[in-house]
Design a protein around this ligand. Structure first.
Ligand code: HEM
Length: 126
């Protein structure tokens, strides 16, 4: 759980509504990147967006549970198909772009980036 002062990051960026908007805009960017598109070929994007919303809410200290083990399990076949730091960096950058576009402060963006960074080893199965 990440928190800043007495409010979680989740509260500070505007709660559930803000996370929904951010994830929608985030996947619009991801799905416009030809290096990332192939990884999503077999994914149901509606389910995907929903899961990512749940995950982000939890990662930012919102009222929801999600486990790190699922993250490794969810991406291991993608690592076998070539998923690497290069792709992870792009995904992290798009998320930060969208947060910036929505006026999230640099302090909060740095906190969120550190939560994203904590996922790297699991997502890349290391
Ligand atoms: C901060 C890094 C990331 C987070 C937090 C994240 C989060 C998630 C979550 C929560 C799921 C659903 C897990 C489940 O099914 O229960 C998922 C699945 C998936 N992720 Fe990620 N992800 C990250 C990085 C990436 C990257 C870099 C890629 C590829 C470029 C990617 C591609 C996918 C795909 C294709 C699936 C669906 C797998 C399937 O349904 O077969 N993810 N991710």
């Amino acid at each position: 759980m990440e928190s800043v002062g007495e409010y979680s990051v989740f509260d500070k960026i505007g709660g559930r509504g803000a996370v929904h908007l951010v994830v929608e805009q985030f996947y619009d960017k991801v799905m416009n990147d030809e290096k990332l598109i192939p990884f999503f070929e077999n994914a149901d994007m509606q389910i995907q967006r929903g899961k990512m919303k749940a995950f982000l809410m939890m990662a930012l200290g919102g009222p929801i549970k999600f486990t790190g083990k699922d993250l490794r399990h969810a991406h291991v076949h993608l690592v076998k198909a070539g998923l690497s730091d290069e792709h992870f960096d792009k995904v992290a950058l798009y998320l930060d772009d969208v947060l910036e576009m929505n006026g999230v402060s640099i302090d909060l963006r740095e906190t969120i980036a550190s939560v994203v960074e904590q996922c790297r080893e699991a997502v890349l199965d290391r």
